[in-house]
Design a protein around this ligand. Sequence first.
Ligand code: FUB
Length: 459
Amino acid sequence: MKNNNRLIKTIYMAGRKSATALLLLVAGIAGNAWAQNPLIMDQFTADPSARVFGDRIYVYPSHDIYCSENNGRKNWFCMPDYHVFSSTDLQEWTDHGMILSQEDVPWGDPDANSMWAPDAIERNGKYYFYFPTRIKDASAGESGFSIGVAIADNPEGPFEPQQEPIKGVQGIDPNVFIDKDGQAYLYWSQGKIFGAKLKDNMLELASEPKVFEVPQKGHIEGPWVFERNGKYYLTYPHVANNTERLEYATGNNPLGPFEHQGVIMDESPNNTWTNHHSITEFRDQYLLFYHDSELSPNFDKNRSIRADSLFFTEDGLIEKVIPTHRGVGITDSSNKIQFDRYSERSEFGVSIRFVDTTDTFQGWKVVLEEPEAWVKYNSVDFASAKSKIAKFRARSSGGGMLQLMTGRKEELLSEVEIEENSKWKIYTAPVQKEVKGIQDLILKLKNGDKVEVDWLTLE
Ligand code: FUB
């Protein structure tokens, strides 16, 4: 878990707790603690565009819902509005609520459910939110999609949409990049990837659109451009085989030419047809935000956003990112530690299942099926309080004993007997050792039969 640990150090140094607590208190909003993948566990989210504004990281995703017969197109994307989420520590994500609905877009079809992948950027104290949707007048444009802008004084909105979409742009998946010299660029896709300069007002094109032919074959969309050490990275989902994978090209200029370099992330292990991403640096660590449909295993158009750390080689090439359950950020020991989002596990006797297959937002449980089976969960922060009690939400068909240990030296922290009971129960046990700092934890079945654990916490 070298990825996670590098990021952890940085965030820890930044004194994250006081800042989060204060901000949430002042703003009067509730933080939602989800440090793992997926990042948001109470609604479907997709197409995450992550941006750092001030000391917070904001994610502007699309919002997937499930369309019924009478609302939108059944078994297709159903995307009526946008929410924005933010965090100071990649652990607690605050949902700032709906920032734009299809009903509020003067030029958009209010029933299209086509508020696809957006992006947002700051310029001179204003926040510009770029979004695609279907045009009210169906005769306009080949795909029926155009891209509009909504403006706000704050990253959380409220965003006020412009009366008309951006002239000369047909397509989806807007992405905005502002270069070091202050020139802004808009990228978008429609079968191919397009890019053009933006005027200073951020609302109109300042040059003819350029088409980027990387790669030559296979569906391509979702551009995301950034600059690092003078190199410009054009990154994009591309169907090289059956479903989308994330690839990239590099060049010396924001409008190319770009040369194809390789794959950032392979196709989804869950067969999700789309992937859509953004790459952002937060506190000296590059992060890849992307999506998958792990919360909706039977319908890949209800997706969930995720994040993992991203690294470069010395030559500035992007190292392939392997999706993790654990994600990024540190989990406070007093929060629910979701061991099903493990960092490592024994090669035997462990399975991960939904707590309730009819309500996947309840998340997963870990099932320890054999004595000595274990799961490891990296980076739990014990700084906030001395833990005295361990609480386990567990159940077991035959009873068994669980042990909780620190990851490095395998010191026993707590052990608890789980009785034979098909009902979920909270079991408590004393914490036997004082723990300090950031630790990895191991949860092991010492003896007994199948034991299921939903979460545990240390108080
Ligand atoms: O979310 C709808 C569309 O699916 C996006 O605009 C594409 O990039 C793909 O993720």
